[in-house]
Design a protein. Structure first.
Length: 76
């Protein structure tokens, strides 16, 4: 099951805390998350930086929806 965070309306200054809270609140094996960033390159960059800290695998950045990032944790 996929869990989604929509960052529309979230300021760039708040992204760090919001994304960390989202990941930590939903962390489990085989985790599949979607983060809706919109088309802001800065927002995407901030989110990718956070995902790198968690060593999360980016599954897809859907070409049809360039404002959505999907990630997944390891499989146990």
């Amino acid at each position: 099951m996929e869990t989604t965070l929509d960052l529309h309306g979230i300021s760039h200054e708040d992204v760090h805390d919001v994304v960390h809270q989202f990941i930590n609140s939903n962390w489990k094996p085989n985790l599949e998350l979607s983060i809706i960033t919109g088309y802001s390159d800065r927002m995407k960059s901030l989110v990718y930086g956070i995902l790198k800290q968690y060593d999360l695998e980016v599954v897809t950045s859907d070409i049809r929806n360039g404002g959505k990032i999907k990630v997944q944790t390891w499989r146990e």
